[in-house]
Design a protein around this ligand. Sequence first.
Ligand code: KIV
Length: 266
Amino acid sequence: MTKKVTVSTIKKYKSDNEKFSVLTAYDCYTAKYLDEAGIDIVLIGDSLAMVALGYNNTNSVGIEEMGIFTKAVARGVTRAFVVTDMPFLSYHTSVEDAVKNCGQMIRYGANGVKIEGGSDYIVSVIERLTAVGIPVMGHLGFTPQFLNQLGGYKIQGKTKEAADEILNQAKKLEKAGVFSIVLEMVPEESAKYITENLTVPTISCGAGRYCDAQVLVSDDVFGKYPEFKPKFARKYGNMGELIYNCAKQYNDDVKSGKFPDDSEVF
Ligand code: KIV
């Protein structure tokens, strides 16, 4: 029987200098495949707003929807650590609301939550969540929930001062108790500097090779999301084409009378 990945496993990856993998999933059987493939953390990303629900940005998804996808993914996973990405406004109104909403995701089967930002308020949320036993993954650099404030998909931490500012926030998150920190769209040099100055593992989302782990959106990896392909996302397959070809063949077979055949009828 394979051992469940826990916060201790993730900490040990960092101390042993061993890389680990994170991928998003939004449904039970995709999550099961990822788990069987050895992915260490399965993230129910709020990216599902775009890749599964067809919205223009991640801020359109709510806590109810994240709950449905969390339950589905948790049912598919045995070994990986399951993290729910807390959606916009689900932890911003008060520390109490944050505990209630994050706690609900744990009830639905998540092992931890991810929240974005490094302000003093976010630090106080992390302190309370970890105090009640909810593991927290931080998220710094480009933080999609701040898209309107950041003015677009812009690389963060480009100068030494900007990298120091992210490191400063990361250290506060570390002190507050996060078990890992996603660094999104940060230059490789800056991410290396930040990673080397932290004891918690960093997870690169377009932050280069020197982070302790890598995360991608699975629909990008599988070649399923056609709208936009970030420079840092590597496509390992063409699921969009596979789905199209299967649907087209089925359509042709139904219309030409080739489906069903003798073996497919009672
Ligand atoms: O929403 C998401 O999928 C994410 C990861 C890509 C880090 O936040």
